[in-house]
Design a binder for this molecule. Sequence first.
Ligand code: PXL
Length: 269
Amino acid sequence: MQTPPLALTIAGSEATGGAGAQVDLKTFQQHGVFGCLALTCIVSFDPAHEWGHRFVPVEPQVIADQLEVIMAAYPTGQLDTVKIGMLGTPATIETVAGVLRERDFDNVVLDPVLICKGQEPGAALDTDRALTTQVLPLATFVTPNHFEAMALSGMEKIETVEELTEAATRIHQSCGAAVLAKGGVHLPGDEALDVYVDDERTEILRAPKLGGGVQVSGAGCTLAAAVAAQLALGATPFEAAKAAKEFVTRGIEARLSSQAPFDVVWQGV
Ligand code: PXL
């Protein structure tokens, strides 16, 4: 048996298993990548109040402790890929950015979680600002959704694939990372379009819109985790983007329904 590649996720728990760290570890495992986790926060939807977010941050010192032991156990050369999901507070962002500055990861995949489904946009502007100024410059690959692409590019609307391409290009130019900007259900037409931009190419990735345009929770987490897994396996950023889009499309096809008001991706197909 060969030893597997490793990947770290720095992310929050979403108790029902549809998003966050649970999705990251399931996605890593499905790719044959050994996963480790520094937990940043605990999200429990509130079924008595329209499944709104209940959010509890993990103490910054406890996050630092987790990252300390992960770095001690797995040196550079063994652990070179990190995926960053929900951080949640400026203090958490400070802690995580500090570690990323100290350790030179080959692949820093940032899912710039500014809001989760059901949360008010702009609820936490200081957190958004800290993420943009402290973590985004350290990313090598970033996966903004429609809302995040507007926030990070400064564009007021993204209604066409040309506008999504403009946004992805602006984000790439601002931080240097490869960008996979997700149109999701927000662009017209019967395809889910994503735009990939790096130094060498601009490409449009297409998949059929599944589920009648209904959003599926956990698709963003799954996509970014699959990108990280592919990079850990040695794929180029563009190969990783294409493979991750296929993985998430299959997972949406096989999605899981429940008593919650949104379906979730099944990573196990
Ligand atoms: O889908 C974004 C997301 C990421 N991480 C956690 C979440 C959510 C959305 O609910 O709860 C922990």
